[in-house]
Ligand binder design. Structure first.
Ligand code: KPL
Length: 297
């Protein structure tokens, strides 16, 4: 297959390397256009992949069989809308990012949309991408046109296992949203690795209670206990991680809070629900973000 990977950060480079090794023809697409992109990945077994791929080639894009989007949530809809007019109308677009809300922003896109969440962990260390831990990627349709693409899960599974197809991906997206509503703002505010959140059980329980009520209203059967159990497992399995939001805050980058807690607040509002604990966390992160964004302009 001919595959364009939009976003050449840690996850993007991991996918470029994995798809190329599986025999696919790949190009990278950078937001600041470049003719080439360098991919430098250390795999979980210690092997090194080092290769330069073409980038930002409109002819390649116009003949692509898949657009894989690994940008931050707030970058997705602007970038995808720009490329949609060049991309073949039948070419599926797979969104892999933290948070929710981009499918709504991309409602008018004619291409089949797919949405997914992954537990693969990769981080940047200088010019090197370290594939820290293998994981599972769950994908499924993000619009009507995206319904018939379960074969893609098989294809992608061979490149970067594990990969699972869900006819209803929204439940998996919401569970990941619950994880991110807990871990991302709390680690960013306490400036700590994920594992340290073990000492904040009360706050975690309150967040899960509010998320569970909103999820139920959205039609996803769950409970605060289920979410707490799920989130606690992620805290343990990623104990040494620095969450993506804490990384963003540390280098004074825009965070994904609007697509994580912000999305929860939006859906709570739509159902007339109040979520005071999450609202306070949202305000605290926005205040932090505004402080450094204001001082840089
Ligand atoms: O998705 C993550 C993130 O950091 O954004 C978690 C699961 C919290 C792992 O750190």
């Amino acid at each position: 297959m001919k595959i364009t990977v939009l976003g050449c950060g840690a996850l993007g480079q991991l996918w470029l390397a994995s798809l190329f090794k599986q025999g696919h023809e790949v190009q990278g697409w950078l937001r600041v256009p470049q003719p080439f992109c360098h991919v430098n990945v250390i795999e979980t077994d210690g092997s090194v992949f080092n290769q330069t791929f073409i980038a930002n080639d409109p002819d390649f894009l116009a003949n692509s069989d898949l657009l894989l989007v690994t940008l931050k949530a707030w970058q997705v809809s602007g970038a995808v809308k720009t490329l949609a007019s060049t991309l073949p109308v039948h070419c599926p677009i797979l969104l892999l990012h933290n948070g929710m809300g981009t499918l709504e922003e991309l409602r008018t896109i004619p291409q089949p949309l797919l949405s997914g969440v992954t537990t693969h962990a990769a981080r940047r260390d200088g010019n090197l991408i370290i594939h820290v831990a293998n994981g599972i990627t769950h994908i499924g349709p993000g619009n009507e046109a995206g319904n018939d693409f379960s074969f893609l899960a098989d294809m992608l599974h061979h490149a970067l296992p594990e990969m699972a197809w869900h006819n209803d991906i929204q439940f998996a997206n919401w569970k990941k949203l619950a994880v991110n509503c807990v871990i991302n703002p709390l680690t960013a505010l306490y400036n700590c690795p994920n594992g340290e959140l073990r000492h904040h059980q009360f706050e975690i329980t309150e967040i899960c209670q509010e998320v569970a009520v909103v999820m139920e209203r959205e039609g996803h059967h769950t409970s605060a206990e289920d979410l707490l159990y799920y989130v606690s497992n992620v805290i343990e399995s990623t104990a040494a991680n620095i969450s993506s939001m804490l990384q963003d805050v540390r280098v004074e980058r825009h965070t994904e809070i609007d697509y994580i807690t912000g999305y929860l607040l939006q859906r709570a509002r739509a159902h007339g629900l109040s979520v005071p604990v999450n609202s306070r966390l949202y305000e605290q992160i926005k205040r932090k973000e505004n402080e450094y964004e204001r001082s840089s302009t």
